[in-house]
Design a binder for this molecule. Structure first.
Ligand code: SF4
Ligand code: FES
Length: 383
C-alpha cells in the first residue's frame, strides 16, 4: 500500500487579530504577532519581557479571546488565554479590542493587581512611567471592592543603588530573570509563597554586581527605583536625550538615555522601545553597566545624539516635542513697551530650593534637608 504523504506545514501562519490579518513565523506568540501589527491591537504586558527568557504567564494582563483556534480546528477556545504564552496557529482568529469579554477580564486583573499595591503615585518615583499606572487608567475601574488592609512588609536594604519597596511589587519576576540571565551571580529572588511571597536577598545580602541597575529598568512599577535619582525630580520635568560613550565593559552597550534638567544629568537609563523594553542594537540587547548608569552623571562623559523619541503614551512626552503657541507678552504691552522688572528672588522669600545644592551631584536620595536654606539640626545636607 502506498504511504500517505503528509503535507508540509506552511512556512508562515496566518493570524487575524482584531480583524487585521498578518503572516507570522510558526512559534510566534499571539502577543508578539499583535506587536508586529502595533497600536491598540497589542495587549498590555506587565510580566512578559521579550529579552528575558522564561518571562510571561504571571500577571494575566495580556488576556485575549481566541474566537477560532485554527483552520484545522476552528472551535473557539473556552477561556480567555494569556497572549504572551499562547502561540498562534494557522488560521487563528483573536479578539483583543474587539472582544466583549476582554475589557471586563482585564479590569478584574487590574483590580487584583491593585488589591495590595499602595496608591502612592504622588510620592512614588515611578509615577509618569509606571506601567501599572497606565494600565489602571486604560483598563481599570474607578473603585475597588476590597475592604481589608493592604499587605505590609519589613523594610529591606538591598544595596547602595537600588531601593526596594516590596509593597509596590506585583511579583512579575522580571528582576529575578535579569539577575539570573545577565549578572554574574544572583543573590535575590522570590521567597515564601502565596500572600507572603516577596522579593528578598538571601539572606539579607546587598545586591552588588556590574549590571544590577538593569533590574530598575525592567521593573514595571515603583518597586525597584534608582537611589541616586529618588526624590530629586519628577520624571516629566526632565528632558530625555539619547547619548552614548565608549564603555570599557564589553557587556555594556554604552547607549543610554540621559534625563536632563538644564545641563544637569539627573538620571541615566537604558534606552527603551515602544513597549517599554530595553532596545536591541546589532542583535544584542542594550543593557548598560552600573558605571554608565550611576557614575557618569555629567554631560561631558557622553556624546549626545538628540532628543529621545518617547513613543509610549506618557506624560514624559507632554509639551516637549511640539512647537508651543506661546501667548503674547501682555505686561510689556500695558507698560508701554517696557519690560517688567523682576520683583523678587524666590530664594529670598522661600525656604525651599536651596541654590547651593546641586541635586544631580548627590549620590543618594534627596531629602527635605537638601531643599531648605536653614535646615533643622540633623537634616543638613551631606553632599
Ligand atoms: S520588584 Fe519589580 S521587577 Fe521585581 S518582581 Fe517585583 S514588580 Fe517585578
Ligand atoms: S504579560 Fe502575559 S501574563 Fe503577564
Amino acid at each position: 500500500m502506498a504511504e500517505e504523504v503528509k503535507a508540509a506545514p506552511p512556512a508562515t501562519f496566518k493570524v487575524t487579530i482584531d480583524n487585521i490579518t498578518i503572516d507570522v513565523k510558526p512559534g510566534t506568540s499571539i502577543l508578539n504577532a499583535a506587536r508586529q501589527i502595533g497600536g491598540d491591537v497589542t495587549p498590555p504586558a506587565m510580566c512578559y519581557y521579550s529579552k528575558l527568557e522564561g518571562s510571561g504567564g504571571k500577571c494575566r494582563t495580556c488576556l485575549v479571546e481566541v474566537a477560532a483556534g485554527s483552520t484545522a480546528d476552528p472551535r473557539p477556545m473556552p477561556k480567555l488565554v494569556a497572549s504572551c504564552r499562547t502561540n498562534v496557529m494557522d488560521g487563528m482568529i483573536v479578539k483583543n479590542m474587539t472582544s466583549e469579554k476582554v475589557p471586563d477580564a482585564r479590569a478584574g486583573v487590574v483590580e487584583f493587581l491593585l488589591l495590595n499595591h499602595p496608591l502612592d503615585c504622588p510620592i512614588c518615583d515611578q509615577a509618569g512611567e509606571c506601567h501599572l499606572q497606565d494600565l489602571g487608567y486604560d483598563h481599570g475601574k474607578a473603585g475597588t471592592r476590597y475592604q481589608f488592609s493592604r499587605r505590609t512588609f519589613a523594610r529591606e536594604d538591598i544595596g547602595p543603588y537600588i531601593q526596594l519597596h516590596m509593597t509596590r511589587c506585583i511579583l512579575c519576576y522580571r528582576c529575578t530573570y535579569v539577575a539570573d540571565q545577565i549578572t554574574d551571580k544572583r543573590v535575590h529572588g522570590i521567597v515564601d509563597r502565596g500572600d507572603h511571597a516577596a522579593i528578598s536577598t538571601y539572606i539579607s545580602k546587598a545586591i552588588d554586581n556590574d549590571f544590577s541597575g538593569n533590574m530598575i529598568d525592567v521593573c514595571p512599577v515603583g518597586a525597584l527605583t534608582d537611589k541616586t535619582f529618588r526624590f530629586k525630580n519628577r520624571v516629566w520635568f526632565t528632558k530625555p536625550v539619547d547619548a552614548h560613550r565608549n564603555c570599557e565593559n564589553p557587556k555594556c552597550c554604552g547607549k543610554a538615555t540621559l534625563w536632563l534638567r538644564g545641563d544637569e544629568v539627573f538620571r541615566v537609563t537604558a534606552r527603551k522601545d515602544e513597549w517599554g523594553e530595553v532596545q536591541s542594537y546589532d542583535g544584542k540587547v542594550g543593557w548598560i553597566c552600573n558605571t554608565c548608569r550611576f557614575d557618569k552623571k555629567e554631560t561631558k562623559d557622553w556624546t549626545i545624539e538628540g532628543v529621545t523619541n518617547i513613543s509610549r503614551h506618557s506624560v514624559i512626552g507632554a509639551n516637549k516635542y511640539k512647537v508651543l503657541d506661546v501667548p503674547g507678552e501682555t505686561v510689556s504691552k500695558v507698560m508701554g513697551g517696557r519690560a517688567p522688572k523682576l520683583l523678587m528672588d524666590i530664594h529670598n522669600v522661600s525656604g525651599v530650593n536651596n541654590p547651593d545644592i546641586d541635586l544631580s551631584d548627590l549620590q543618594r536620595p534627596a531629602h527635605s534637608g537638601d531643599f531648605k536654606k536653614d535646615p533643622e539640626p540633623g537634616l543638613e545636607s551631606k553632599n
